[in-house]
Design a protein. Structure first.
Length: 560
């Protein structure tokens, strides 16, 4: 037995398979990025819709690990409820079974044809859509080539006495051997960190005639447990709800496997009856032509049955994970936008949805700061005014932190593989984040300038005070209009921006002119003159940064 030859063929085949799955995921995501964003944006509190979202996204990205890590990230950022997250994880478990059916298609002999057909548009065309489809074909060819290489490497093992003797301990014919096989599948998946790769290895072993269907079915069950380690690891260091989501994934799969072990014999018989051809039928060359279909069916049926069993029990699962991960000291934990995973596993389309939702939250904080700023300007001497001013200062610090998180998050995404549309969106989101952070700064400066004047025991005269509040309202209304359009996905018209800017500039000039006139006529204090100019300038900057957001969001730039 040439173990070296077997070893390098298995490793080489696995490497080709891994690379093929990675390219397949990238190609499908590039083609379906808009679909992914629409699907995720359709999330509601409806548990069935959450399951469908998880299933569709996982089928597109070809990785339940990406979907579950994404889900933990959404929960960590406060963009998804725990119940929504559990529903998405349920769906991801179904969606990931598509990988088995792709592998089960008997076209391995055409692997080189797929590679040849895919490489031409992938490399030689500048059209992103054609290039993406070429990548998909090329990736499918690599998946089948890697599977064929592994299967060929395993063939000598089926006649090797020591290996057969070792496998006899994992024939799944007794309950202990069944648990042992499940444990092996779980352990190997934890090590490899990919249930798809382990599924490919299992199918390759089975197709080579090295293992029987019962063993393969038990390994697949173990792989379902092993894949939960990704979400659990993603939850480490995250907030309480994110950890709960990762625990729910593990509980869901572990409990499903436990239930299935008690009916394993009937489960295997059922698959034998519904899938044509005997699973362990062996060709003269020792291969098993039908077993891949049976393994794929076992993977799908297990996960679908698991969802049907546990979907009605979602509220109970929520209670269990809530007890497993209680709130620390009953304090509300801060929500953070977290880049979970690596640039190789993150989906840019999913990350863009997460970033957009975080920007919507960010813009909501600015709305609060604008309201509080006006309250303070209106009556800095009133009871509670100091508390209002401190809220503005506190939120300015929060917006700085969010801005820093956004830069880190989006900069990391930019290193991943993406199409030009996704790259443009990320660049736009970076700039909008900058503008929102600047708005927070100017809200702070606004109240600090009024505070400075108040500390000097100086106040605006009534006419100036009213005109400044009116100008403040004008800037705030303009910002709210821009924000609402951004959240709703609408378009702020260039004519509206131009008209609003012209009106604001005229009113700002009128405030200054009117005040200077009263300075001459009424001999008002010069200190107030300086403050009026500063406050009007800050309001003008708030208006300008709001306009910048509108122009970045729509790509329509108004003339100054």
């Amino acid at each position: 037995m040439d173990w070296f030859t077997i070893g390098y063929k298995v490793l080489g085949g696995l490497g080709i398979f891994f690379f093929g799955m990675k390219l397949l995921s990238e190609g499908l995501q590039s083609i379906s990025s808009r679909v992914i964003r629409k699907v995720i944006n359709s999330l509601t509190t409806n548990r069935f819709m959450a399951v469908i979202v998880g299933m569709v996204v996982t089928m597109i990205v070809q990785s339940s690990s990406v979907s579950t890590v994404m889900t933990v990230g959404f929960v960590n950022a406060g963009l998804m409820s725990l119940k929504q997250a559990i529903g998405v994880i349920f769906g991801a478990n179904i969606g990931t079974t598509i990988t088995g059916w792709v592998i089960a298609i008997k076209v391995t002999k055409y692997a080189l044809l797929f590679i040849g057909l895919g490489i031409i548009p992938m490399i030689f065309t500048k059209n992103e859509t054609f290039s993406a489809w070429g990548k998909v074909l090329f990736a499918i060819g690599l998946v089948f080539l890697g599977l064929s290489t592994m299967s060929g490497a395993f063939k000598p093992l089926r006649t090797y006495p020591e290996f057969i003797s070792f496998l006899s301990y994992f024939d799944s014919k007794t309950y202990l051997s069944l648990l042992g096989t499940i444990g092996i599948g779980c352990l190997l998946t934890c090590i490899v960190q990919s249930s798809s790769a382990m599924l490919g290895i299992t199918i390759a072993l089975a197709m080579a005639g090295t293992i029987e269907f019962t063993t393969a079915a038990a390994l697949v069950m173990g792989e379902n447990i092993g894949t939960t380690i990704t979400a659990v690891l993603a939850g480490i260091g995250a907030n309480t709800n994110a950890r709960r989501a990762s625990y729910a994934h593990a509980i869901f799969n572990v409990c499903g496997v436990i239930v299935m072990t008690f009916i394993f014999a009937w489960y295997v018989d059922f698959i034998e009856k519904i899938i044509p051809g005997a699973a362990d039928l062996t060709n003269p060359d020792g291969s098993k032509p039908h077993i891949a279909w049976h393994i794929s069916a076992s993977h799908t049926i297990f996960n679908v049955a698991n969802v049907l069993i546990f979907l009605p029990l979602m509220d109970i699962i929520v209670k269990i994970v809530t007890k497993l991960a209680p709130d620390t000291d009953n304090l509300k934990q801060p929500k953070h936008l977290s880049f979970l995973g690596t640039k190789e596993t993150i989906s840019p389309a999913i990350a863009i949805v997460q970033a957009r939702q975080e920007l919507e939250k960010f813009s909501g904080l600015i709305s609060k700061m604008l309201v509080w700023s006006r309250e303070y300007i209106q009556a800095p001497e009133a009871k509670g005014a100091e508390k209002t001013r401190k809220k503005v200062l506190k939120y300015e610090t929060i917006t700085d932190s969010i801005h820093q998180e956004m830069i880190t998050f989006l900069a990391t995404i930019m290193t991943a593989q993406m199409n030009s549309e996704e790259a443009q969106k990320i660049e736009k989101f970076l700039k909008i984040s900058d503008e929102l952070e600047s708005l927070g700064d100017y809200c702070q400066k606004l109240v600090q300038k009024v505070k400075w004047l108040h500390d000097k025991n100086e106040f605006f005269d009534k006419e100036t005070h009213d005109s400044i509040l009116k100008l403040n309202d004008e800037a705030t209304i303009f910002y709210e209009s821009i924000k609402d359009n951004f959240i709703a996905g609408g378009e702020t018209k260039a004519a509206f921006i131009k008209t609003s800017k012209k009106a604001f500039d005229e009113n700002a000039r009128a405030v200054r002119t009117s005040y200077l006139k009263r300075v001459r006529e009424l001999n008002l204090p010069p200190l107030i003159s300086l403050s009026v100019a500063d406050v009007v300038a800050e309001l003008g900057r708030i208006f300008s940064h709001s306009r910048n957001i509108a122009e970045l969001d729509t790509g329509i730039y108004s003339e100054d």
